[in-house]
Write a protein that binds this ligand. Sequence first.
Ligand SMILES: Cc1ncc(COP(=O)(O)O)c(C=O)c1O
Length: 381
Amino acid sequence: MVKNGFNSRAVHSGDLKIDGIGNVVTPIFENSTFEFNEDGTSGKYIYSRWGNPTIESLEDKYASLEESKYAFAFSSGMSAITSIIMGILKKGDKLLSINELYGQTFSFFAETLPLYGIDVDFISVRNLNDLKIDNRKYKAFYVESITNPLLEIPDIEKISKYCRENDIILIVDATFATPYNQNPLSLGADIVVHSGTKYLSGHTDLLIGLLGSNKYYDEIIKSRKTFGGIPDAFQAYLVYRGIKTLGLRMKQHNQNGKAVADILNDSHKIEAVYYPGLENGYFHNIAKRNLRGYGGMVSFKVRGGIEKSHKLINNMKIPLYAVSLGGVESLISIPVEGTHSALSKAEREESGITDNLIRLSLGIEDTEDLVQDVSSALEKL
Ligand SMILES: Cc1ncc(COP(=O)(O)O)c(C=O)c1O
């Protein structure tokens, strides 16, 4: 097992080598089932919903980057989230989460879980960071380590200490941060989940979920077998391949995020910029302790309303107008028209998601090209 720097682990760890073949990369095992031995005992693999060599190779690679004892791949980020929650919570348990969550996660918590007798309370990230938590007995806390779309930063270090003292399980969705910028388990969290669809895969061509933990192996494996959210071997192979360049990509995403946030921050045509790496930001000091890099996501509000936001997007030549994030190509979207369209106007305004808010996922294009694109789009506005 190679235990070197991030990029060396990304390239070498978890690879499946087969004796007598000399294969350099993990093969794709497109098998639903595996033969038993002649004596009737099973081999290491029986049936792919229970485990598959290609998927396991991806899990081992991811575990080495997440620095987790266990890793599990799922068919999508939502599959990882629903499987872990249903795997460790039961009727009568209470969950605390934050107001600003990925929309589907929010609806799972607010609408689905109560149907199964699991109550969920929501709190602002600021109040959670100040530990303004009423003393109902919670079984678990669930946060996103960089929230969407306003890029707020829960203080995992501080919250995890509270959780340990009160016997609460802390689950962190670190999709926006990735293991390159943050390892939530090292900060004290119990479980980390990712929509690997985003940065981990990195190429906008598939959906996958990844989960890391140091405990709850039996609960998680049972939940995955039961709910059936296992990825396909080819899907797993593509992510295994994508992860090899995660460090190189994240370095460029981090650089592009900061450069574009700075340009926007300096423009009088922009009302507000949300980026954890901006020194004047409310969450910057918390971000400094919880993140090693600030990522490629930048959100901002254009002065003049949604028409001006559309104009700015039209003026930009590089980003494609689409939801999702974390791929090599820059994507731009207006949350009220996509990811947050299910919320009422009042709910959106209450959480600061105004009509003129734009979310930009910076890809790995050259920084100078992106800076030039944003600058000239602002000039033409
Ligand atoms: C932060 C976050 N968590 C979870 C998900 C769900 O992941 P998936 O789309 O892979 O199911 C998303 C999807 O956009 C997300 O942004």
